[in-house]
Design a protein around this ligand. Structure first.
Ligand code: ADP
Ligand code: MG
Length: 469
């Protein structure tokens, strides 16, 4: 076991750099707890540091004003308290807003503001004099992500008079009325049903956005449905594809799906988010994983966390056992009905529940800024018989923390040769130095985790570099 572990063990014993005491978080009460510093003024200082650091994906030179967006949209950005665009927003927006419209394939790390980039484009293309005529269609892989994007369109678009935004997800569109909105955010299956039943007039659509595009265009999954949707839409529609990951095989298809697209790609070494400290827990065997998880929860009191497991059954089982041990947790997976799922995620978003146990349904896109820790209770696998490590899903899962410059911790549980090797392969793929946690030394484990969560920024990695100053 030890030799396997050593293959993925980074020199983890270097202590995390001390952070100045002023930057250490001191949560006041439950509702206010985040992994950012605890006062707004400081948060802004930290964020602007990041946005001035040329190496950061949040870096930008310009302001939103320079994009020449309508006043109503700029007012929406002000209401969101977005001061400066991130790199993806600054670079992709001028290309997407240009006339005649151009397709776009855009890649940027998790938590760097891809949503606002495409939402601003969508809003700028909607003719508000026809509010019930669908003009933009946004597709996402889960009902939760569709609802979240709908919220972002509504919030940034709150001063766009007349704007109507609907979610095309199971149970949301009344049969009698059909789709009666300017912007539609949905999942592919429901959108196809609505079109087939002639409840969704797609003839005037000007923009098609596909979020998590590599997942959505994957022929093993939703690719066929997305292609069907596209084949029914006007041929001149502007197509925008967004994701943090674009494996080469899907990229080739994406380029056919969105012909002649402008592209923003990341290099392999740029994929990981610096603010996320990636750790792994070396468990002696599968049985002890659960005890170790509970022990960990005894230590972790800051912010919210997400536990990813492989199956619905294990989600339910861990929920049952954690609840029996006195933890308040939420489990959300595909077995629940839509409305139930909405309520469960709302509980987590609001902080009423701090622990979310889930499957890959929520691996992508979900944005809850208070998430400080992500646990891979099972290493994500793919392919026939779950034989191959799923490096993309790993990156998306851990990307539920470390949103827009915040710090976070991911802890992946390994316990046998297969899980060790899978994680080692993922680590090699992204060239990451995983930090080992030892379940026999809880003092050190606690310190390693807490040092990150309590630091207000991503250690020395985020220090403004000499060239930018
Ligand atoms: P991604 O889709 O790239 O993973 P999101 O679009 O979900 O990331 O954005 C992550 C978080 O960053 C969200 O909470 C969002 O409100 C915030 N955000 C996005 N753009 C900005 C900005 N320009 N300034 C401040 N916060 C932003
Ligand atoms: Mg996203």
């Amino acid at each position: 076991m030890a030799d396997l572990a050593s293959r993925i063990t980074a020199p983890a014993d270097t202590p995390a750099p001390e952070v100045p005491s002023a930057a250490v978080e001191a949560p006041v009460d439950g509702a206010e707890e985040t992994n950012l510093v605890d006062n707004t003024y400081e948060v802004e200082v930290k964020l602007s540091d990041l946005q001035n650091d040329q190496e950061s994906p949040l870096y930008s030179v310009s302001s939103f004003d320079e994009l020449g967006l309508p006043k109503a949209i700029n007012d929406g950005l002000l209401a969101m308290n977005f001061k400066k665009p991130s790199k993806i927003q600054e670079k992709a927006l001028p290309l997407m807003l240009s006339d005649p419209p151009h397709n776009m394939i855009a890649q940027s790390q998790s938590g760097t503001g891809k949503t606002a980039a495409f939402v601003l484009t969508v809003l700028s293309r909607v003719d508000l004099s026809k509010p019930t005529q669908p003009q933009a269609l946004l597709l996402a892989p889960s009902r939760e992500l569709a609802r979240q994007i709908q919220m972002v369109v509504q919030t940034i678009g709150q001063f766009c008079e007349g704007l109507i935004v609907e979610a095309a997800i199971p149970g949301a569109i009344a049969r009698e009325t059909g789709v009666k909105s300017s912007v539609v955010v949905g999942t592919p299956g429901t959108v196809i049903d609505l079109i087939k039943r002639r409840q969704f007039d797609v003839s005037q659509l000007k923009v098609l956005v596909i979020d998590e595009a590599d997942n959505m265009l994957d022929m093993q999954g939703l690719g066929e449905q997305c292609s069907r949707v596209k084949s029914i839409l006007p041929k001149t529609i502007q197509i925008l594809l967004f994701s943090a990951t674009f494996p080469a095989n899907v990229m080739a298809f994406a380029e056919k799906f969105a012909p002649n697209a402008n592209q923003m790609k990341l290099k392999q070494q740029e994929l990981t988010v610096k603010g996320i400290s990636q750790m792994y827990m070396d468990c002696p065997d599968e049985k002890q994983k659960y005890e170790i998880l509970c022990k960990l929860y005894g230590l972790m009191t800051i912010g919210s966390s997400v536990i990813f497991v492989r199956t619905r059954d294990s989600a339910a089982e861990i929920q049952r056992r954690m609840e029996a041990d006195g933890h308040k947790v939420t489990a959300l997976h595909g077995a629940y009905e839509g409305a139930n799922r909405d309520a469960l995620l709302d509980d987590f978003r609001s902080g009423r529940s701090k622990v979310l146990i889930t499957t890959n349904v929520l691996a992508r896109g979900i944005d809850v800024s208070s998430v400080a820790i992500v646990i891979n209770y099972d290493i994500p696998m793919k392919g026939p018989g779950d034989r191959e490590p799923d490096a993309e899903t790993y990156l998306h899962r851990i990307g539920r923390t470390g949103r827009f410059g915040r710090v976070g911790v991911s802890i992946s549980f390994v316990y046998d040769r297969k899980s060790f090797n899978a994680l080692a392969e993922i680590a090699r793929f992204y060239n990451i130095d995983l930090i080992q946690l030892d379940p026999n030394d809880w003092d050190v484990t606690e310190k390693k985790v807490q040092d990150v969560i309590k630091s207000s920024r991503a250690k020395a990695d985020y220090a403004p570099n000499a060239t930018s100053g």
